[in-house]
Design a protein around this ligand. Structure first.
Ligand code: GUN
Length: 296
């Protein structure tokens, strides 16, 4: 059996279209333009690419995009002052501080300075706690994107065995919380897990988010499993570097029921979910009903 390839690029386009529709409605019926502020400190090339892409897609769905680029040597007090200003700005409904920050800045302090209602990354400690306790939260974008793909593919996730490989605050832990919220039986595996192959073989759903190229081979998978590959790893290729996931795609697709490719799987969902979160934050800020299907 060859697995279905889950087209994250196409699904992300559907999410963006839904967001654009809601943006138009908010403008027309309420005179509100949702706004997203992105803060970039320093000149990290990968971060610059992400920020440019976020700004472009924000404008494409009709939202206002506010970009703040600060020099690498920016002092913490100045960054905090900018966040305070964005927190108080009624035209800004979402705030994202691109990570990683230069090492002299305290990431936890900076993230926790963001108004939790505008924390479209879902990284503020209050949103982390809300997600963990089943309260309405802003949910981190990549795990939200994975959840949307899983629901689209499988319908109800209730009672399914899920394994999340990776325990990061950005993906692994919130992913596990979301799966638990959808009534999966969840295992979080990591670098110290004993007999990972055996753990993975039990799972109906595998979410791989470790950042190790092609670490999960097909023979670890339960036949028919749904595999969500969050990894984006650059490895040497014949002529130029190529991107691979945390799952060995060629062998995995011979065993899995459905699998996300790299690129074109989870990647495009992240920014689409950032836009979805911005709409959600804007609706909540204005006491309006949130669009369906764009939240956890
Ligand atoms: N850097 C890499 N991924 C992310 C993300 O999802 N949000 C932020 N703010 N920074 C990142």
């Amino acid at each position: 059996m060859t697995a279905k390839t889950i087209d994250g690029k196409a699904f992300a386009a559907e999410v963006r279209a839904k967001v654009a529709e809601h943006v138009a409605r908010l403008k027309e019926e309420h005179g509100i333009t949702p706004g997203l502020a992105v803060v970039l400190v320093g000149e990290d090339p990968a971060s610059q690419v992400y920020v440019r892409s976020k700004g472009k897609q924000t404008v494409e769905v009709g939202m206002a995009s506010f970009e703040h680029k600060l020099p690498a040597e920016t002092e913490e007090a100045d960054l905090v002052a900018l966040i305070d200003q964005l927190n108080a700005d009624p035209e800004v409904h979402g705030i994202l501080v691109q990570l990683p920050l230069p090492s002299h800045l305290n990431e936890d302090l900076v993230i926790n300075r963001i108004d939790p209602a505008k924390d479209v990354d879902g990284f503020h400690i209050s949103n982390v706690g809300r997600l963990a306790t089943g309260q309405k939260a802003m949910v981190p974008c990549t795990p939200l994107g994975c959840l949307m793909l899983l629901r689209e593919e499988l319908g109800s996730l209730s009672g399914r065995d899920a394994v999340v490989i990776g325990r990061s605050n950005i993906v692994g832990k919130p992913m596990a919380q979301l799966l638990l919220g959808d009534s999966c039986t969840v295992t979080i595996a990591h670098s110290r897990t004993k007999d990972l192959a055996e753990v993975v073989r039990r799972a109906d759903i595998v979410v791989a988010a470790v950042g190790r190229p092609e670490m999960v081979p097909g023979d670890w998978l339960k036949p028919g499993a749904t595999v969500i590959d969050v990894g984006i790893n650059r490895v040497p290729g014949d002529k130029k570097p190529r991107l691979v996931g945390d799952v060995e795609f060629a062998s995995a697709r011979e065993v899995a029921g459905a699998i996300t490719p790299v690129p074109g799987g989870v990647g495009p969902m992240t920014i689409a979910c950032l836009l979805a979160n911005t709409i959600t934050a804007c609706c909540r800020a204005n006491g309006l009903i949130e669009p369906e299907g764009l939240t956890a």
